[in-house]
Ligand binder design. Structure first.
Ligand SMILES: C[S@@+](CC[C@H](N)C(=O)[O-])C[C@H]1O[C@@H](n2cnc3c(N)ncnc32)[C@H](O)[C@@H]1O
Length: 282
């Protein structure tokens, strides 16, 4: 396991993932009843953009940094930017802190909500535990998120969201690991919302994954993708996607507002595409 999210924090894939995450959390907050946020691959929770790792790749410069000053962003993108801004209030002109998905979620959870976060790498799990020390709403599990998931669902709240965001070091095997873990969790908790992030390098790697979801005979599976380069090179992260199971009502319309603006601001050349497709409906 070599993957360290510090090298990628705040890149275009994080912007895409975190803006969608905020939309899903806000939709759960439309009701007062509590919900539970579960992550299988949580990371460290907070990243130092001035660290050696982040400065080596500077991926955030083609990600979150591009959105500052941009207008006509969707309302969830503004929430996202304001969270990043608030964490950098001490030095607003030099972005130094980037919130991972657990920190973003914790800043949006209410008193009645709860989170269960899994992280397999010891040092990352340690950072996550220290970040949420004293926050009784948040439980950190130093565990394999794939095997932990079935034991975490259904949560006692019976409402909530599971984010599955693996490192994809195992390349195509990671897609199969997600399918297995998702099927076991869905069998136990068919009403939860599941958001599953995936990288797009070669189209032939992502098609079987989408077809698998389309074949499961489960309703309301939405697929969102953002491509900044053609999907024909295994050597580059050309884009990324999110499968959303039990997508909230009209969530496709929210994505139709979000994705064109991300494409416009994060585009790295003339190429740029987005896609919103229901893989299954009601
Ligand atoms: C893409 S990063 C997560 C980023 C995070 N979700 C965010 O958006 O801020 C993937 C994380 O999964 C962790 N990881 C890898 N295999 C795992 C496993 N089997 N179970 C739990 N965590 C794992 C890695 O250590 C890494 O921190």
């Amino acid at each position: 396991m070599n993957y360290r999210h510090a090298f990628h924090a705040g890149n275009f894939a994080d912007v895409f993932k975190h803006a969608i995450l905020i939309g899903l959390l806000e939709s759960l907050k439309a009701k007062q009843t509590p919900f539970c946020y579960i992550e299988t691959h949580a990371g460290a929770g907070r990243y130092d953009l001035q660290s050696e790792a982040a400065r080596k790749t500077r991926e955030y410069e083609n990600g979150v940094l591009r959105l500052f000053g941009a207008t006509r962003l969707g309302s969830h993108t503004h929430i996202y930017l304001n969270l990043v801004r608030a964490l950098n209030a001490a030095a607003p002109h030099e972005l130094s802190v980037y919130p991972g998905s657990p920190l973003i979620a914790s800043l949006l959870l209410r008193e009645q909500d709860r989170a269960a976060l899994c992280e397999w790498q010891e040092d990352e799990a340690g950072k996550l535990k220290r970040l949420f020390l004293g926050d009784a709403r948040i439980g950190v599990h130093h565990r394999d998120g794939y095997t932990a998931l079935a034991g975490l669902v259904p949560p006692r709240e019976r409402r909530g969201l599971v984010l599955i965001d693996p490192p994809f070091e195992a390349q195509e095997d990671e897609f199969r690991a997600i399918e297995t873990a998702f099927a076991a969790a869905y069998a136990r908790w068919p009403t939860g919302i599941y958001a599953i992030w995936y990288p797009i390098k070669l189209r032939q790697q992502t098609l079987p994954f989408q077809r698998w979801f389309a074949r499961q005979k489960i309703p309301k599976v939405l697929c969102a993708e953002l491509l900044l380069h053609p999907d024909n090179s295994a050597l580059r992260l050309n884009g990324c996607g999110m499968i959303i199971v039990n997508a909230p009502w009209k969530f496709d319309r929210q994505l139709a507002e979000l994705l064109p603006s991300l494409r416009q601001h994060l585009g790295q050349g003339r190429f740029g595409q987005h896609r919103i497709e229901w893989l299954t409906r009601e």
